[in-house]
Design a protein around this ligand. Structure first.
Ligand code: SF4
Length: 336
Protein backbone atom coordinates (compact mmCIF):
# COMPACT_ATOMS: atom_id res chain seq x y z
CA UNK A 1 0.00 0.00 0.00
CA UNK A 2 1.46 3.39 -0.91
CA UNK A 3 1.77 5.84 1.98
CA UNK A 4 -0.84 8.57 2.09
CA UNK A 5 1.26 11.72 1.55
CA UNK A 6 -1.34 13.94 3.23
CA UNK A 7 -1.20 12.10 6.53
CA UNK A 8 1.42 12.81 9.16
CA UNK A 9 3.28 9.75 10.50
CA UNK A 10 2.45 8.75 14.07
CA UNK A 11 3.63 5.94 16.33
CA UNK A 12 0.88 4.48 18.48
CA UNK A 13 2.51 2.79 21.45
CA UNK A 14 0.05 0.13 22.57
CA UNK A 15 0.47 -1.21 26.11
CA UNK A 16 -0.02 -4.78 27.21
CA UNK A 17 -1.50 -5.97 29.45
CA UNK A 18 -4.42 -3.56 29.08
CA UNK A 19 -8.19 -3.69 29.43
CA UNK A 20 -10.30 -6.41 31.00
CA UNK A 21 -8.89 -8.26 34.01
CA UNK A 22 -10.04 -11.66 35.25
CA UNK A 23 -12.35 -10.14 37.88
CA UNK A 24 -14.15 -7.92 35.37
CA UNK A 25 -14.40 -10.78 32.91
CA UNK A 26 -15.99 -12.98 35.56
CA UNK A 27 -18.45 -10.31 36.71
CA UNK A 28 -19.71 -9.65 33.17
CA UNK A 29 -19.93 -13.41 32.54
CA UNK A 30 -22.07 -13.81 35.67
CA UNK A 31 -24.63 -11.27 34.41
CA UNK A 32 -24.69 -12.77 30.90
CA UNK A 33 -25.02 -16.32 32.27
CA UNK A 34 -27.74 -15.26 34.73
CA UNK A 35 -29.71 -13.67 31.88
CA UNK A 36 -29.40 -16.93 29.92
CA UNK A 37 -30.40 -19.11 32.85
CA UNK A 38 -33.17 -17.04 34.42
CA UNK A 39 -34.25 -14.76 31.55
CA UNK A 40 -34.71 -10.97 31.82
CA UNK A 41 -34.81 -8.98 33.91
CA UNK A 42 -31.74 -9.70 36.00
CA UNK A 43 -31.06 -6.95 38.54
CA UNK A 44 -27.53 -5.73 39.15
CA UNK A 45 -26.66 -3.78 42.26
CA UNK A 46 -24.37 -0.90 41.22
CA UNK A 47 -22.59 -0.74 37.85
CA UNK A 48 -21.26 -4.29 37.47
CA UNK A 49 -17.94 -2.75 36.38
CA UNK A 50 -17.24 0.93 35.87
CA UNK A 51 -17.80 1.14 32.13
CA UNK A 52 -20.74 2.71 30.32
CA UNK A 53 -20.27 0.58 27.21
CA UNK A 54 -20.44 -2.63 29.24
CA UNK A 55 -23.37 -1.42 31.31
CA UNK A 56 -25.35 -0.36 28.21
CA UNK A 57 -24.53 -3.67 26.49
CA UNK A 58 -25.93 -5.58 29.47
CA UNK A 59 -28.97 -3.29 29.71
CA UNK A 60 -29.72 -4.13 26.08
CA UNK A 61 -29.70 -7.80 27.05
CA UNK A 62 -32.13 -7.28 29.92
CA UNK A 63 -30.04 -6.31 32.95
CA UNK A 64 -31.52 -3.63 35.20
CA UNK A 65 -29.10 -1.60 37.30
CA UNK A 66 -30.06 -0.38 40.78
CA UNK A 67 -28.01 1.24 43.53
CA UNK A 68 -29.80 -0.45 46.44
CA UNK A 69 -31.82 -3.64 46.82
CA UNK A 70 -34.96 -1.78 47.89
CA UNK A 71 -35.18 -0.30 44.37
CA UNK A 72 -36.16 -3.74 43.03
CA UNK A 73 -39.94 -3.56 42.55
CA UNK A 74 -41.97 -5.86 44.81
CA UNK A 75 -43.27 -7.87 41.85
CA UNK A 76 -39.67 -8.62 40.81
CA UNK A 77 -38.43 -9.81 44.20
CA UNK A 78 -38.11 -13.34 42.83
CA UNK A 79 -35.73 -12.19 40.06
CA UNK A 80 -31.99 -12.75 40.56
CA UNK A 81 -29.80 -9.87 41.65
CA UNK A 82 -26.05 -9.70 40.99
CA UNK A 83 -23.63 -7.84 43.27
CA UNK A 84 -20.90 -5.93 41.42
CA UNK A 85 -17.20 -6.86 41.12
CA UNK A 86 -16.25 -4.16 43.64
CA UNK A 87 -17.70 -6.11 46.58
CA UNK A 88 -20.43 -5.22 49.02
CA UNK A 89 -20.71 -4.57 52.76
CA UNK A 90 -21.93 -7.59 54.75
CA UNK A 91 -25.26 -5.83 55.27
CA UNK A 92 -26.12 -6.29 51.57
CA UNK A 93 -26.21 -10.13 51.40
CA UNK A 94 -27.83 -10.05 54.85
CA UNK A 95 -30.62 -7.84 53.48
CA UNK A 96 -30.95 -10.09 50.42
CA UNK A 97 -31.35 -13.16 52.66
CA UNK A 98 -33.88 -11.35 54.83
CA UNK A 99 -36.06 -10.71 51.78
CA UNK A 100 -35.43 -14.16 50.29
CA UNK A 101 -33.77 -12.68 47.20
CA UNK A 102 -31.84 -14.92 44.84
CA UNK A 103 -28.46 -13.21 44.76
CA UNK A 104 -25.29 -13.93 42.81
CA UNK A 105 -22.18 -12.34 44.22
CA UNK A 106 -19.81 -11.18 41.45
CA UNK A 107 -17.29 -9.70 43.89
CA UNK A 108 -13.82 -10.24 42.42
CA UNK A 109 -12.06 -13.04 44.32
CA UNK A 110 -9.12 -10.68 44.87
CA UNK A 111 -11.43 -8.18 46.60
CA UNK A 112 -12.85 -11.03 48.71
CA UNK A 113 -9.28 -11.86 49.71
CA UNK A 114 -8.83 -8.31 51.02
CA UNK A 115 -12.12 -8.68 52.95
CA UNK A 116 -10.79 -11.89 54.56
CA UNK A 117 -7.53 -10.16 55.50
CA UNK A 118 -9.42 -7.31 57.17
CA UNK A 119 -11.57 -9.81 59.09
CA UNK A 120 -8.45 -11.75 60.13
CA UNK A 121 -6.77 -8.60 61.46
CA UNK A 122 -9.86 -7.90 63.56
CA UNK A 123 -10.03 -11.48 64.86
CA UNK A 124 -6.43 -11.10 65.99
CA UNK A 125 -7.37 -8.03 68.01
CA UNK A 126 -6.08 -5.41 65.55
CA UNK A 127 -7.75 -2.18 64.52
CA UNK A 128 -7.79 -2.12 60.72
CA UNK A 129 -6.27 0.67 58.65
CA UNK A 130 -7.65 0.64 55.11
CA UNK A 131 -5.69 2.58 52.48
CA UNK A 132 -8.11 3.65 49.75
CA UNK A 133 -10.33 6.32 48.23
CA UNK A 134 -13.29 7.52 50.29
CA UNK A 135 -16.64 6.77 48.68
CA UNK A 136 -15.35 4.17 46.20
CA UNK A 137 -17.68 1.14 46.26
CA UNK A 138 -14.78 -1.22 47.00
CA UNK A 139 -13.85 0.85 50.06
CA UNK A 140 -17.48 0.90 51.22
CA UNK A 141 -17.57 -2.89 50.77
CA UNK A 142 -14.32 -3.52 52.65
CA UNK A 143 -15.25 -1.21 55.53
CA UNK A 144 -18.60 -2.95 55.69
CA UNK A 145 -17.02 -6.33 56.47
CA UNK A 146 -16.50 -5.19 60.06
CA UNK A 147 -18.61 -3.36 62.63
CA UNK A 148 -18.65 0.47 62.54
CA UNK A 149 -15.48 1.91 64.08
CA UNK A 150 -13.34 -1.20 63.44
CA UNK A 151 -11.76 0.26 60.28
CA UNK A 152 -10.09 3.63 59.74
CA UNK A 153 -9.68 4.89 56.18
CA UNK A 154 -6.42 6.54 55.18
CA UNK A 155 -6.14 8.27 51.79
CA UNK A 156 -2.82 10.11 52.00
CA UNK A 157 0.46 10.29 53.93
CA UNK A 158 -0.95 13.38 55.67
CA UNK A 159 -3.85 11.23 56.95
CA UNK A 160 -1.29 8.86 58.51
CA UNK A 161 0.28 11.77 60.39
CA UNK A 162 -3.17 12.68 61.75
CA UNK A 163 -4.09 9.23 63.09
CA UNK A 164 -4.86 9.40 66.81
CA UNK A 165 -3.52 5.92 67.77
CA UNK A 166 -0.46 5.33 69.97
CA UNK A 167 2.69 4.07 68.21
CA UNK A 168 2.36 0.63 69.81
CA UNK A 169 -1.41 0.23 69.22
CA UNK A 170 -2.35 -3.17 67.73
CA UNK A 171 -2.99 -2.35 64.06
CA UNK A 172 -3.18 -4.16 60.73
CA UNK A 173 -3.57 -2.72 57.26
CA UNK A 174 -5.12 -3.66 53.94
CA UNK A 175 -5.49 -1.56 50.79
CA UNK A 176 -7.94 -1.05 47.96
CA UNK A 177 -6.98 -3.29 45.02
CA UNK A 178 -6.77 -0.54 42.39
CA UNK A 179 -4.45 2.05 43.94
CA UNK A 180 -1.30 3.61 42.54
CA UNK A 181 1.53 1.22 43.41
CA UNK A 182 3.95 4.12 43.99
CA UNK A 183 1.62 6.32 46.08
CA UNK A 184 0.63 3.33 48.19
CA UNK A 185 4.27 2.46 48.87
CA UNK A 186 4.67 5.99 50.26
CA UNK A 187 1.59 5.70 52.49
CA UNK A 188 2.60 2.24 53.75
CA UNK A 189 6.10 3.56 54.47
CA UNK A 190 4.55 6.37 56.55
CA UNK A 191 2.36 3.84 58.40
CA UNK A 192 5.33 1.61 59.17
CA UNK A 193 7.38 4.54 60.43
CA UNK A 194 4.59 5.71 62.77
CA UNK A 195 3.47 2.23 63.84
CA UNK A 196 6.51 -0.06 63.56
CA UNK A 197 4.52 -3.15 64.68
CA UNK A 198 1.61 -2.68 62.24
CA UNK A 199 0.68 -6.04 60.71
CA UNK A 200 0.75 -6.40 56.94
CA UNK A 201 -1.87 -8.49 55.14
CA UNK A 202 -0.80 -12.04 54.26
CA UNK A 203 -0.77 -11.12 50.56
CA UNK A 204 -0.40 -7.88 48.60
CA UNK A 205 -3.80 -6.13 48.36
CA UNK A 206 -3.13 -4.20 45.11
CA UNK A 207 -4.08 -6.77 42.50
CA UNK A 208 -2.00 -8.24 39.67
CA UNK A 209 -4.08 -6.43 37.02
CA UNK A 210 -3.58 -2.99 38.57
CA UNK A 211 0.15 -3.63 39.01
CA UNK A 212 0.65 -4.97 35.48
CA UNK A 213 -1.29 -2.16 33.77
CA UNK A 214 0.62 0.51 35.70
CA UNK A 215 3.95 -1.18 34.93
CA UNK A 216 3.22 -1.30 31.18
CA UNK A 217 2.20 2.39 31.09
CA UNK A 218 5.30 3.36 33.09
CA UNK A 219 7.46 1.48 30.61
CA UNK A 220 5.82 3.10 27.57
CA UNK A 221 5.33 6.69 28.75
CA UNK A 222 8.80 8.14 28.13
CA UNK A 223 8.82 10.08 24.87
CA UNK A 224 5.04 10.08 24.39
CA UNK A 225 3.58 13.44 23.33
CA UNK A 226 0.20 12.22 24.52
CA UNK A 227 -0.94 9.19 26.50
CA UNK A 228 -4.54 8.06 26.23
CA UNK A 229 -6.15 5.77 28.78
CA UNK A 230 -9.49 4.23 27.86
CA UNK A 231 -11.70 4.16 30.92
CA UNK A 232 -14.56 5.73 32.82
CA UNK A 233 -14.19 8.78 35.09
CA UNK A 234 -15.34 6.66 38.07
CA UNK A 235 -12.88 3.85 37.33
CA UNK A 236 -10.17 4.05 39.97
CA UNK A 237 -7.63 1.88 38.19
CA UNK A 238 -8.06 3.85 34.91
CA UNK A 239 -7.54 7.19 36.64
CA UNK A 240 -4.38 5.89 38.26
CA UNK A 241 -3.05 4.97 34.80
CA UNK A 242 -3.47 8.59 33.66
CA UNK A 243 -1.36 9.75 36.64
CA UNK A 244 1.25 7.04 36.07
CA UNK A 245 1.65 8.06 32.40
CA UNK A 246 2.30 11.69 33.28
CA UNK A 247 4.68 10.91 36.12
CA UNK A 248 6.62 8.47 33.96
CA UNK A 249 7.34 11.05 31.28
CA UNK A 250 4.39 11.48 28.91
CA UNK A 251 3.95 15.16 28.01
CA UNK A 252 0.20 14.94 28.49
CA UNK A 253 -2.21 12.20 29.38
CA UNK A 254 -5.97 11.96 29.25
CA UNK A 255 -8.78 9.62 30.20
CA UNK A 256 -11.23 8.97 27.36
CA UNK A 257 -14.29 6.75 27.20
CA UNK A 258 -13.94 6.26 23.44
CA UNK A 259 -12.66 7.78 20.19
CA UNK A 260 -15.40 10.44 20.31
CA UNK A 261 -13.90 11.97 23.46
CA UNK A 262 -10.46 12.58 21.98
CA UNK A 263 -9.74 16.27 21.49
CA UNK A 264 -8.90 15.96 17.78
CA UNK A 265 -8.87 19.75 17.34
CA UNK A 266 -6.35 20.29 20.10
CA UNK A 267 -4.27 17.19 19.51
CA UNK A 268 -1.59 19.11 17.55
CA UNK A 269 1.03 17.09 15.69
CA UNK A 270 2.06 14.32 18.06
CA UNK A 271 4.83 11.96 16.92
CA UNK A 272 4.23 9.29 19.58
CA UNK A 273 0.93 8.55 21.34
CA UNK A 274 0.70 5.96 24.14
CA UNK A 275 -2.48 3.93 24.50
CA UNK A 276 -3.75 1.67 27.26
CA UNK A 277 -7.07 0.76 28.87
CA UNK A 278 -8.23 0.32 32.44
CA UNK A 279 -9.34 -3.08 33.74
CA UNK A 280 -13.01 -2.36 33.03
CA UNK A 281 -12.60 -1.09 29.44
CA UNK A 282 -13.44 -3.49 26.59
CA UNK A 283 -11.01 -4.03 23.73
CA UNK A 284 -13.50 -2.79 21.13
CA UNK A 285 -13.01 0.76 22.45
CA UNK A 286 -9.25 0.44 21.96
CA UNK A 287 -9.83 -0.86 18.42
CA UNK A 288 -12.08 2.11 17.67
CA UNK A 289 -9.42 4.53 18.87
CA UNK A 290 -6.75 2.88 16.72
CA UNK A 291 -9.10 3.13 13.72
CA UNK A 292 -9.79 6.80 14.47
CA UNK A 293 -6.03 7.51 14.53
CA UNK A 294 -5.55 5.60 11.28
CA UNK A 295 -8.18 7.80 9.66
CA UNK A 296 -6.16 10.91 10.54
CA UNK A 297 -2.51 9.80 10.66
CA UNK A 298 -0.14 7.38 8.99
CA UNK A 299 -0.05 5.05 12.00
CA UNK A 300 2.64 2.58 13.01
CA UNK A 301 1.60 0.48 16.00
CA UNK A 302 4.42 -0.31 18.41
CA UNK A 303 3.71 -2.86 21.17
CA UNK A 304 4.86 -2.17 24.73
CA UNK A 305 4.26 -5.49 26.47
CA UNK A 306 5.62 -5.97 29.98
CA UNK A 307 3.79 -9.09 31.22
CA UNK A 308 1.67 -12.05 30.18
CA UNK A 309 -1.59 -12.64 32.03
CA UNK A 310 -3.29 -16.03 32.26
CA UNK A 311 -5.55 -15.47 35.28
CA UNK A 312 -9.10 -16.77 35.00
CA UNK A 313 -11.65 -16.78 37.79
CA UNK A 314 -14.41 -19.38 37.48
CA UNK A 315 -18.06 -18.45 37.92
CA UNK A 316 -20.18 -19.93 40.74
CA UNK A 317 -21.47 -23.50 40.39
CA UNK A 318 -25.07 -22.35 39.85
CA UNK A 319 -24.06 -20.88 36.46
CA UNK A 320 -21.46 -23.40 35.30
CA UNK A 321 -23.92 -25.48 33.26
CA UNK A 322 -25.22 -22.54 31.17
CA UNK A 323 -24.19 -22.66 27.53
CA UNK A 324 -23.13 -19.57 25.60
CA UNK A 325 -23.46 -18.84 21.89
CA UNK A 326 -20.62 -17.39 19.82
CA UNK A 327 -22.41 -13.99 19.94
CA UNK A 328 -22.36 -14.21 23.75
CA UNK A 329 -18.67 -15.07 23.66
CA UNK A 330 -17.96 -12.10 21.37
CA UNK A 331 -19.78 -9.81 23.79
CA UNK A 332 -17.82 -11.23 26.72
CA UNK A 333 -14.56 -10.67 24.90
CA UNK A 334 -15.43 -7.02 24.51
CA UNK A 335 -15.78 -7.22 20.73
CA UNK A 336 -19.54 -7.22 20.30
S1 SF4 B 1 -8.93 -4.77 38.97
FE1 SF4 B 1 -8.09 -6.46 40.20
S2 SF4 B 1 -9.39 -6.57 42.03
FE2 SF4 B 1 -10.49 -5.34 40.49
S3 SF4 B 1 -11.78 -6.79 39.43
FE3 SF4 B 1 -9.85 -6.69 38.28
S4 SF4 B 1 -8.56 -8.36 39.12
FE4 SF4 B 1 -10.24 -7.99 40.55
Amino acid sequence: MPHDARKQPLTLRLCGPRGFCAGVDRAIQIVVLALKKYGAPVYVRHEIVHNRYVVEGLQNRGAVFVEELDEIPAEHRARPVVFSAHGVPKSVPAEARLHNLLYLDATCPLVSKVHKQAILHEKRGRHVILVGHRGHPEVIGTMGQLPPGAVTLVETEADVAGLPMEAEAPLGYVTQTTLSVDDTAGILGALQRRFPAIAAPGAESICYATTNRQEAVKHAAQGCDLFLIVGAPNSSNSRRLVEVAERAGARRSALVQGAGEIDWEGIGEPAVVGLSAGASAPEILVDEIIAAFRARFEVTVELAITAEENEEFPVMNALKDVELTSADMAFLNGSR
